[in-house]
Design a protein around this ligand. Structure first.
Ligand code: ATP
Length: 460
């Protein structure tokens, strides 16, 4: 009698299979699962994990993909061989350096945590990743400069810290790549009105922009997001899709969870790092060429000064920053630019909490104590004089009249069009009462192909 083969939980991570000229790492996973969806048992939805959004060599949203599945050694290696064959060739021009890793879940353990955390918040060195691969004897395959292994290992080692969301992605028929996406705008607006906040960031009524349609040459037709995967499957059918669909996948993601802020252990200013801190405004904000606004702030813990910048496209958000005044107390979070400005770091602002505003005053000249007329200034620090009585008042001080502040304490985010994938949008702050408790928990259980895979027949 043949001995049954041991079944293990495996983790497969893949990154950097795309370029601005086409492709998408999520679509690569779609093709893998098209082939294997009935042959393996996923223990979780396919993963789309967004890493540090400030990495200069990313193509778009710095996403890496993965699956977690049960299989015996032979089946797992069979899938990995297929992935290896499918990985696109490296390209210097397209900055494409694909990487894939296969690991048994049990060998990853805690040690990978620090790499995952770093991948979300700062820059990971390839050597560090290669050493870990060697130490853990992981199966890997990499092209070009092998950089794709950084994202691939990060997905393998990734653990959800409670919060997560799903994204349902639909893919286009190849003959339509590069053309305008044909989905009725009216139906996207209706989707937003009907399903928000459970389905979030679908249409931005502030800027009149659909948020579910990407703009590039990639194969993604649209992506809708929610904490509730089943709802996504129902809701996508309400859209008027006017071009053929190749199929789709539902990914479990760390998008819209502020994951990059949550993973910071040591909040260090450094190029391309994620950073947040509580600060006080040191100087009045300045408007820069191009309409951007910057403000000098002081970290209240280490007293370090740095610039905070809100860019022109963030419009209303930038206007809020321009109304801050010295001594306002803030929480600021974002990414550090990779150049110094007047010897100081610059934080590209992604999230602002105004914790406390100070009173703002307008200075006006005091009244004459004799005749009651307004005094006139004699020059800086030289006191005042009454033109009517002719008397001087060298010690008189200007009157301070409180004026209404234009900003209030609260949480401020850029418009939806300018938000990062990882940013938790305002809509998500009110979802918790609306979803069953079981949907909120991160539970590992078998996920069937009909749960995560969307066949083109779903629409016809
Ligand atoms: P898309 O989102 O469209 O799939 P992308 O924006 O994810 O594309 P990639 O083409 O995957 O961009 O390029 C990102 C590259 O950066 C990958 O090779 C990935 O391994 C690497 N990378 C990701 N995070 C880090 C990090 N924190 N430090 C160093 N390298 C990183």
């Amino acid at each position: 009698m043949a001995v049954p083969k041991m079944v293990y939980e495996w983790r497969l991570g893949i990154d950097d299979t795309d370029s601005l000229e086409g492709g998408c790492t999520t679509h690569f996973m779609f093709n893998i699962l098209k082939e294997f969806k009935h042959k393996i048992k996923l223990v979780e939805y396919p993963l789309l994990i967004r890493l540090n959004p400030n990495i200069p060599w990313k193509t778009r949203g710095n996403g890496a993909v993965g699956i977690r599945f049960l299989a015996n050694e032979e089946q797992a290696i069979n899938i990995f061989e297929y992935v290896k064959e499918m990985l696109p060739p490296p390209s210097k021009k397209l900055k494409r350096n694909s990487g894939a890793i296969l690991a048994k879940a049990e060998v990853l353990k805690k040690e990978i945590d620090s790499i995952v955390r770093k991948a979300l918040t700062s820059v990971v060195g390839l050597n560090e990743v290669l050493k870990m691969i060697q130490k853990k004897e992981l199966l890997y395959h990499a092209k070009g400069n092998k950089r794709g292994l950084i994202g691939a290992l990060s997905v393998c080692g990734y653990e959800f810290l409670g919060d997560f969301t799903y994204e349902l992605l639909l893919y286009r028929s190849p003959e339509n790549y590069g053309t305008k996406r044909s989905v009725s705008l009216e139906s996207i607006k209706k989707l937003e009105k009907r399903f928000s906040p459970q389905i979030f960031s679908s249409y931005d009524f502030e800027t009149n922009t659909p948020l579910i349609l990407p703009r590039g040459k990639d194969p993604v037709l649209l992506g809708i997001r929610s904490k509730n995967a089943e709802l996504l499957k129902k809701a996508v059918k309400t859209l008027d899709i006017l071009e053929p669909v190749e199929g789709g996948l539902i990914f479990k993601t760390n998008q819209a969870t502020d994951d990059h802020f949550k993973r910071l252990s040591k909040k260090e200013l450094g190029f391309n790092n994620v950073f947040y801190s509580t600060v006080k405004v040191s100087k009045k904000p300045e408007r820069m060429i191009g309409g951007h606004v910057r403000v000098l702030v002081k970290d209240i813990k280490n007293e370090e000064d740095f610039w905070v910048v809100a860019y022109e496209p963030s419009k209303r958000f930038r206007d809020i920053v321009s109304k801050l005044i010295p001594e306002d107390l803030l929480w600021v979070g974002g990414g550090i630019r990779d150049e110094m400005f007047e010897n100081r770091y610059t934080l590209n602002l992604e999230r602002l909490i105004i914790l406390r505003t100070v009173n703002e005053y307008k200075k006006i000249n005091p009244d004459c104590p004799i005749c009651g007329k307004k005094l006139t200034s004699k020059g800086k620090n030289q006191g005042f004089k009454c033109k009517k009585c002719g008397k001087s008042y060298p010690d008189a001080k200007p009157k301070l009249i409180p004026i209404k502040r234009q900003v209030m304490p609260g949480l401020y985010l850029p418009p939806l069009t300018a938000q990062r994938h990882l940013t938790k949008p305002l809509e998500r702050f009110c979802e918790y009462n609306e979803i069953k408790n079981s949907d909120l928990r991160h539970e590992k259980k078998e996920v069937l192909s009909q749960d995560f895979f969307i066949d083109k027949s779903y629409f016809y």
